[in-house]
Every structure is written in structure tokens, then in C-alpha cells.
Design a binder for this molecule. Structure first.
Ligand code: ZN
Ligand code: ZN
Ligand code: ZN
Length: 142
């Protein structure tokens, strides 16, 4: 998703919630959208600090959560006790596997997973299927 499009979606979302589009929110959005890997709110905060951008952790947390609600970011749970976010990219749907020892994360494709889940859910007469699966193991280095 490009920045312009993300901003538009986010502005509409905030408006619908009666919230203001502020400068700090825009800065967080810019950083989050350009991130190429999965990040936690803490990681994004430190990344911004290292770029000389000082925005409070609380603002980063709140902004990321609202971006997720607006559908601009996906969230992923690696079992770290906090949420990781990921900007939806033009790449194929993928799952994640995380290392239980060092926390390393790898993206994997599982053939026909989407199809299998959807057809099973449809058999149970469900619509608008969403799912999250958590896969972990021990990586090669560990
Ligand atoms: Zn983490
Ligand atoms: Zn490892
Ligand atoms: Zn990913």
C-alpha cells in the first residue's frame, strides 16, 4: 500500500471515529508503512528515536493499534507477549514461523492453506473468514 493511499484510508477512519489526524500520527504512519519487516511498537519507537524522531511510546502504541483497526497494518503474534505489525505488501499471503529460542522470524508459504480454511469454514456456514495461526520451532542457528 502506498503512503498516499494509506493516509487517505487513515484520515477517513479517524474522521469516522471523531478523532483528529495529527502530525505525530502522520509520522508514525510514514514509518510503519515504509517498514519492510515485522516490528513491535517498541521496535518502531526505537527506530524513530534513532532517526531523531521523538514521539512518545504511548502515541506509537495508540497509532499502530488504530492503523490496524483501519486495516492499514496487519498484526502478527509471535508469542513474544506483544504484538508485531506488518505493512501489507504486494507479496503473496504468507504465514510466519518464529524461533522459540532466539525469536528469529521466517516467512513461509503454505500451499492451499487459505483454500482449506475457507472451505472448512464455509461448510460450518461461516462467512467473512479470518484466521491467525501461530507456528514456532527452533531455528537452524539455535
Ligand atoms: Zn517481539
Ligand atoms: Zn533461533
Ligand atoms: Zn510477514
Amino acid at each position: 500500500m502506498d503512503f498516499e493511499k494509506a493516509i487517505k484510508i487513515y484520515k477517513d477512519f479517524l474522521k469516522s471515529k471523531g478523532l483528529l489526524y495529527t502530525q505525530p500520527r502522520e509520522v508514525v504512519l510514514k514509518e510503519a508503512i515504509s517498514a519492510t519487516w515485522h516490528f513491535s511498537a517498541d521496535e518502531l519507537t526505537s527506530q524513530m528515536h534513532s532517526h531523531g524522531i521523538y514521539i512518545s511510546r504511548a502515541t506509537v502504541y495508540r497509532t499502530l493499534a488504530s492503523m490496524k483497526e483501519a486495516g492499514i497494518l496487519n498484526s502478527v503474534d509471535f508469542g513474544h507477549g506483544h504484538i508485531h505489525y506488518e505493512a501489507p505488501k504486494a507479496k503473496k499471503h504468507h504465514e510466519h514461523i518464529s524461533c522459540e529460542k532466539c525469536g528469529a522470524i521466517c516467512e513461509i508459504q503454505i500451499d492451499n492453506l487459505d483454500k482449506a480454511i475457507n472451505s472448512a469454514a464455509e461448510k460450518a456456514k461461516f462467512k467473512h473468514i479470518k484466521y491467525a495461526i501461530r507456528i514456532s520451532g527452533v531455528c537452524e542457528k539455535c
